[in-house]
Design a protein around this ligand. Structure first.
Ligand code: S3P
Length: 164
């Protein structure tokens, strides 16, 4: 990998990762998409049928495989909050970039998408409590922190390119 993107749900990891890969003329991989391919099921179905613990096992195996590939990797929102995954990220020589955003920005973004089991399960308040609880874990895993409020994906990519 050339760069790994981490951050809470709705922080823009997938959109920015795709654009960054296009600009760097490299491959983009999205950890959630790789998990869906591996399981042959959507993330929501995996959570429903097998629970979060099973999803985390799949996530860890998939992260180990993905990190060995070239290109840009967008992780899932919970990826660096699991100790084993945090250790995998720390051991990687590739820059780990954390995208952050205010609660308002995140809520605005996740409201536009579906298919995130934790959003449905936790509701607005629970989601923001989770964001706060995870903040220190994202910071600990990151080499570079980028605040994305009021920035377009192209501006975020420009900032990343200036810093890696
Ligand atoms: C999760 C975030 C999701 C996905 C799963 C769990 C989390 O990824 O991996 O629903 O624990 O925050 P996105 O951040 O891409 O939505």
């Amino acid at each position: 990998m050339q760069a790994i993107l981490i951050g809470f749900m709705g922080s823009g990891k997938t959109t920015v990762g795709r654009l960054l890969a296009t600009e760097l003329e490299t491959h983009h991989a999205d950890l959630d998409e790789l998990i869906v391919k591996r399981a042959g099921k959507t993330i929501s179905t995996i959570f429903e049928e097998r629970g979060e613990a099973y999803f985390r096992q799949l996530e860890q195996q998939t992260l180990r495989d993905a990190i060995a590939q070239p290109g840009i990797l967008s992780t899932g929102g919970g990826t660096p909050t699991i100790a084993a995954n945090a250790a995998i990220l720390k051991a990687s020589p590739v820059p780990v970039i954390c995208l952050t955003a205010s609660d308002q920005t995140i809520l605005g973004r996740v409201a536009q998408d579906t298919g995130r089991p934790l959003v449905d399960e936790l509701g607005t308040q629970g989601l923001m409590a989770l964001k706060q609880k995870r903040a220190a874990l994202y910071r600990a895993a990151a080499d570079i922190l980028i605040t994305t409020d009021n920035l377009t994906p192209a501006q975020i990519v420009a900032e990343i390119k200036a810093r890696i």
